[in-house]
Design a protein around this ligand. Structure first.
Ligand code: NAP
Ligand code: MG
Length: 402
């Protein structure tokens, strides 16, 4: 069998610890035997980020902008312990944050559903994709503790020096205040990213805020979404038989629980932070969650939603057997290969991505799985395999499906 050819490279962002080990195995076992894999390689492993003063992260994001499709391995975000462990020059910033800022993207997270793993909400038979606005609000806040007898005001000076003031509160006793902001441009990008992704997936978009209480701030989100939808997307949505649905956040939460899934839930920054953890947990596992960053001008960066699985890596280093779930990382690769195939009109590559995902799901549904799923699966006939054993089992099925 001759290998599948590619025309444009995928930007490959390698990472750290157990996911770096899995990365190599996926390429060796599931990709390079079948594809003449073309990638532009960036080593985002912490050692190399440190050597390059993190320039490699910036370069990789620029490459993603240039080529349009990237796949990223999980990476360490340094903290004090990592400073010592890796003898770092600086506490480098989160690579995901850096890449997100350069691509100005929205992150979409979707669970991978398999028979045998039953969601905590049994009606959720289709995946719910969470789209989280990744700018502003409480994540860029300014806050103060207030002493008794203080007066807090909101002050805004326009470009001509005119001042607008509004009283927040006159504090008889002590208290707290917080200032939040967002930008029209960022909300517009977020709205377009959600609507574009919905057209890609042919799924409805749900969006919710608390505009009845926050009559200017949250209302602005509602208005921007409505305006962009009416002017740019309504016709395309109707042609594709999908809908844009707006409601209040508390109503949305109640409807989500009662729903069967199968839509994109656009969330403000804080709602997205909280709800993505709820949704991931309810569907079973972070190791079964895909994540893709989509920029407003249509650049895609695929990754797994989980981290570098540090605890498993330390076992691996000691030569002990590990049973780390590689599904989300496999799906990051299949997502990137499919998108590259679609953009370059390579039907063979798109088909390979589909088959790789089918083989992965079939493996688990046949009862062959890693330890995390083994403890959750309701299948009667199941076997726990090690990290490499799982990939070999996927490959056996991939050969048959192809
Ligand atoms: P983590 O790597 O997601 O792992 C947390 C725990 O979840 C693991 O110890 C493991 O539980 C379970 N787990 C996660 N992924 C799994 C998988 N694929 N297969 C089996 N079990 C899995 O999170 P963390 O330990 O908080 O963070 C480790 C490092 O990852 C940190 O340095 C952090 O900065 C980085 N991180 C990176 C990203 C990213 O690049 N996108 C995201 C989050 C965290 P058991 O140990 O109980 O088996
Ligand atoms: Mg969170």
């Amino acid at each position: 069998m001759s290998k599948i050819q590619m025309t444009t490279p995928i930007v490959e962002m390698d990472g750290d610890e157990m996911t770096r080990v899995i990365w190599r195995m996926i390429k060796d076992i599931l990709l390079t035997p079948y594809i003449d894999l073309k990638t532009e390689y960036y080593d985002l492993g912490l050692e190399h980020r440190n050597e390059t003063n993190d320039q490699v992260t910036i370069d990789s994001a620029e490459a993603a902008k240039k080529y349009g499709v990237a796949v990223k391995c999980a990476t360490i975000t340094p903290n004090a312990a990592r400073m010592t462990e890796y003898n770092l020059k600086e506490m480098w910033k989160s690579p995901n944050g850096t890449i997100r800022a350069i691509l100005d993207g929205t992150v979409f997270r979707t669970p991978i559903l398999v028979n045998g793993i039953v969601p905590y909400i049994p009606t959720w038979t289709k995946p719910i994709t969470i789209a989280r606005h990744a700018y502003g609000d409480v994540y860029k806040n300014v806050e103060m503790q207030v002493e008794a007898g203080s007066t807090a005001e909101l002050v805004m000076t326009d470009k001509d020096g005119n001042v607008k003031k509004e009283l927040i509160h006159e504090f008889k006793n002590g208290g707290i205040i917080q200032g939040l902001h967002n930008r029209d441009e960022s909300i517009e990008s977020f709205a377009r990213a959600c609507f574009n992704y919905a057209l890609d997936l042919k799924q409805d978009v749900w969006f919710a805020t608390k505009d009845t209480i926050s009559k200017k701030y949250d209302h602005r989100f509602k208005d921007i979404f409505a305006e962009i939808y009416e002017n740019e997307y309504k016709d395309k949505f109707e042609a594709n038989g999908i809908e844009y649905f707006y409601t209040l956040i508390d109503d949305a939460v109640a409807r989500v629980i009662r729903s069967e899934g199968g839509y994109i839930w656009a969330c403000k920054n804080y709602d997205g932070d909280v709800m993505s953890d709820m949704v991931a947990t309810a569907y079973g596992s972070l190791a079964m969650m895909t994540s893709v960053l989509v920029s407003p001008d249509g650049k895609y960066e695929y990754e797994a939603a989980h981290g570098t699985v540090q605890r498993h890596y330390y076992k691996y280093q000691k030569g002990e057997t590990t049973s780390t779930n590689s599904v989300a990382t496999i799906f990051a690769w299949s997502g990137a290969l499919r998108k590259r195939g679609e953009l370059d009109n390579l039907s063979e590559l798109v088909n390979f991505a589909d088959c790789l995902e089918k083989a992965t799901i079939k493996t688990i549904e046949d009862g062959v799985m890693t330890g995390d799923l083994y403890s959750m699966s309701k299948l009667e006939d199941k076997t726990k395999v090690d990290t490499e054993g799982f990939l070999r089992a996927v490959d056996e099925r991939l050969k048959v499906i192809l």
